[in-house]
Design a protein around this ligand. Structure first.
Ligand code: FAD
Length: 380
């Protein structure tokens, strides 16, 4: 990577690389059996969940660059494990950026190795159109009562703390995006029920569930940021998450390239390794070119986020390119492996199923294209 890493980033990179190597042999097992509590417990011990936390909360004081360095390394070993950490950081960052001192003191230390956070924006009727959120948070004498259904929540059955988006414009007419507020909901709240794990196509080592909010009472202190400010909090968090998804796309592409390189040099056809065939060389070359481009786009978006510059377009560009390239690279890895690539005995088909999620989550790629197009047309 074309940046000078700080000492902390180098340590985080090394730890993530080592943990990815530890996790990789369990990838297929997680694909078959789902989330691994053992690996999750090991993740907590590594210190990686605390990379973004300031030292005063028990973390390493990293930034968006630190996050992408870690997720890129982890995704080479298991994109599922990287996705769970990414979703955790969505919640952590929302509190870091918008929480009161009391909220930070109460919740952030948990994220330094004691448990995960989750971020609940999507609903059965509100995905790309996030302003259509219909879960409600009605005011009570001492706080709010939340009712509604959240869907596709990563770390759903796992997290100790949930950042939940709900409408506070329940009376006096809807205010669109300005009627949405963010709340911190604890797992132990009796009004929060967790649905069954989704039987997903890929990313099967991560847990994704519905959340059911029924008479979920929270105090005034659960409001994150201003009333009506939830949509802005969510969009800011998603900018960061898109950079993280881009890093994971680059990690998956590198895994596809590594496994393809090894196979192409080993497999012989017509009396020589298939690596000698130009058609195979071109596939490898295109994977490698796209990988470098994905890394550069990711680093530039992360650099801008870390320095506080506007980065919505750059995050969308990095996520769009890197996720599409990861899907393409996994497909080419299958092709290079021939019939073996069509088998669940080898990695490429798993990489393809994991990579496909990156084109959908944290803003579907079609929506990102619109965002980028509009930004370009308005000269921003
Ligand atoms: C594994 C996984 C984990 C997830 N984790 C979380 C999480 O932790 N928290 C959370 O809140 N959400 C999460 N999501 C949800 C994710 O963010 C949404 O799936 C995503 O925002 C897209 O919404 P949707 O699935 O409802 O698709 P829809 O919005 O229904 O879109 C369907 C299709 O229509 C296209 N489309 C929609 N509108 C437009 C438009 N205006 N122009 C062009 N095309 C359009 C989309 O691109 C897509 O191809 C997760 C999803 C997955 C798959």
């Amino acid at each position: 990577m074309l940046i000078e890493l700080t000492e902390g980033q180098r340590i985080a990179q090394k730890t993530a690389r080592e943990f990815a190597a530890e996790v990789a042999p369990h990838n297929r097992e997680m694909d078959l059996n789902g989330f691994s509590q053992t690996l999750h417990d090991r993740m907590m011990e590594t210190g990686l969940p605390g990379v973004l936390l300031p030292a005063e909360y028990g973390g390493l004081g990293g930034d968006a660059l630190s996050a992408v360095i870690v997720l890129y390394e982890l995704a080479k070993g298991s994109a599922s494990v990287a996705l769970s950490l990414d979703a955790n950081w969505l919640g952590v960052e929302a509190i870091l950026r918008h929480g009161s001192d009391e909220q930070k003191k109460k919740y952030l230390p948990m994220s330094a190795g004691k448990g995960y956070f989750a971020f609940a924006l999507t609903e059965p009727g509100a995905g790309s159109d996030a302003a259509a959120v219909s879960a409600e948070a009605k005011k009570t004498a001492d706080g709010y009562v939340l009712d509604g259904v959240k869907s596709w929540c990563t770390n759903g059955g796992l997290a100790g703390v949930y950042i939940v988006m709900a409408r506070t414009d329940c009376e006096g007419g809807r205010k669109g995006a300005n009627g949405i507020s963010a709340f911190i909901v604890e797992r132990a709240n009796p009004g929060l029920a967790i649905g069954l794990d989704e039987d997903k196509m890929g990313m099967r080592g991560s847990r994704t569930t519905n959340l059911l909010l029924k008479n979920c009472n929270v105090g005034k202190e659960a409001l994150l940021g201003k009333e009506g400010g939830g949509f802005k909090i969510a969009m800011g968090a998603l900018d960061g998450a898109r950079v993280c998804i881009a890093a994971m796309g680059a990690g998956i592409t590198e895994a596809a390239l590594d496994v393809s390189r090894e196979f192409a040099n080993r497999r012989e056809a017509f009396g020589a390794p298939i690596a000698n065939i130009q058609a195979i060389q071109f596939k490898i070359a295109e994977m490698a070119i796209g990988l470098e481009a994905a890394k550069l786009l990711t680093l530039e978006a992360a650099r801008k986020r870390a320095s506080g510059e506007r980065h919505t377009k750059e995050a969308a560009m990095a996520k769009f390119f890197s996720s599409s390239h990861a899907v393409k690279s996994a497909m080419e890895a299958i092709q290079i492996h021939g019939a073996r690539g069509y088998s669940k005995d080898v990695l490429p088909e798993l990489l393809l199923r994991d990579a496909k999620m990156l084109e959908i989550g944290e803003g579907a790629n079609e929506v990102l294209l619109m965002l980028i197009g509009r930004a370009e047309l308005s000269g921003k």
